[in-house]
Write a protein that binds this ligand. Structure first.
Ligand SMILES: [Mn+2]
Length: 304
């Protein structure tokens, strides 16, 4: 493809200087505040009603796997067809190229304003709920020794403006962690309070019915009964989320949840990363999604 698009963008990020980056981030912040011009959005909830979406899960600084997944999914053609790329959060922390990854995604969004949607993950945290590890500020400091504090502050403002949930006419809910265990109305995802925001960013599915506090120290684990109730109540079919390592993708709760993991390498050493393509208008039916995978070997080979 598209390698041209990706390599060009990455190259321009490598050479960016610290003064220009602050300006660039301020422009992005303004863009986020005006996002209703490009997307049908109420509060933190984005409504999508046409075309196809390519959805990606956690990236955590693995820009190579990200680039190869986008290439394999033919992002250039996808965008030319009016398709949308939706990332489910966790762009930073852990990975070697986290600064490049987030700047690359922001650059793409600034270039294709109607076609890229970045949702918030728990690693794009509110300041009252920092995850661990949160080594992003250290990466900024080594990269931008003088202005890193200002740059980090700008990023924190940006994270506060990222939408947290998207929902399609086809009946698909997209978010980073999971659904709220007590708050079953989609309406409430527009302006979640602190507790609910914590759930959206931190919750995970579990196999037993009901819910209980998460072993992660924030959020809950929720059972298949809660997933079924939520989908039924809001006339939805499927939840696509990230947040947990998987070998690329994993179906949970009788196929009503897809977990996506779009990175490879340490510390999880999964052999496969994945993205999924779904229709945003035509009603989702089991099997109508297209899973796109790339193996760890494919990524490493093409780098050597
Ligand atoms: Mn996460």
């Amino acid at each position: 493809m598209s390698t041209d698009l990706i390599t060009q963008t990455i190259r321009s990020i490598r050479n960016i200087d610290q003064r220009r980056i602050s300006q660039f981030l301020k422009e992005y912040l303004t863009h986020l505040k005006n996002m209703h011009r490009y997307f049908n959005k109420e509060g933190q909830l984005v409504y999508l009603d046409k075309g196809e979406a390519l959805i990606l899960g956690d990236i955590h600084g693995d820009i190579s796997t990200l680039a190869f997944l986008l290439e394999k999914a033919d992002i250039k053609q996808h965008i030319a067809n009016g398709g949308i790329v939706i990332c489910l959060g966790d762009y930073i922390d852990r990975g070697e190229y986290q600064v490049e990854t987030i700047l690359f995604l922001i650059t793409l969004q600034m270039r294709y304003k109607k076609n890229i949607l970045l949702l918030r993950g728990n690693h794009e945290p509110p300041e009252w709920l920092l995850p661990y590890p949160h080594d992003f500020p250290l990466h900024l400091r080594s990269r931008f020794p003088e202005l890193w504090r200002d740059i980090y502050n700008l990023f924190m403002q940006i994270f506060d403006e990222l939408p947290t949930t998207a929902v399609s006419k086809s009946g698909i809910l997209m978010l980073h962690g999971g659904i709220s265990v007590k708050n079953l109305l989609l309406e409430n995802y527009k302006r979640p309070d602190r507790e609910m925001l914590t759930e959206i960013l931190w919750n995970d599915p579990m196999n037993e019915d009901g819910y209980r506090p998460s072993y992660r120290g924030a959020g809950y684990l929720f059972g298949p009964d809660i997933t079924a109730k939520f989908l039924d109540k809001n006339n939805l079919e499927l939840i696509v989320r990230g947040h947990e390592p998987a070998n690329g993708y994993q179906y949970r709760h009788n196929g009503k949840i897809i977990t996506l993991f779009s990175r490879t390498g340490p510390p999880y050493m999964n052999t496969m990363a994945a993205a999924v393509k779904v229709a945003l208008e035509e009603r989702y039916r089991k099997g109508s999604e297209e899973i796109i995978t790339i193996t760890d070997d494919e990524v490493r080979e093409s780098l050597s």
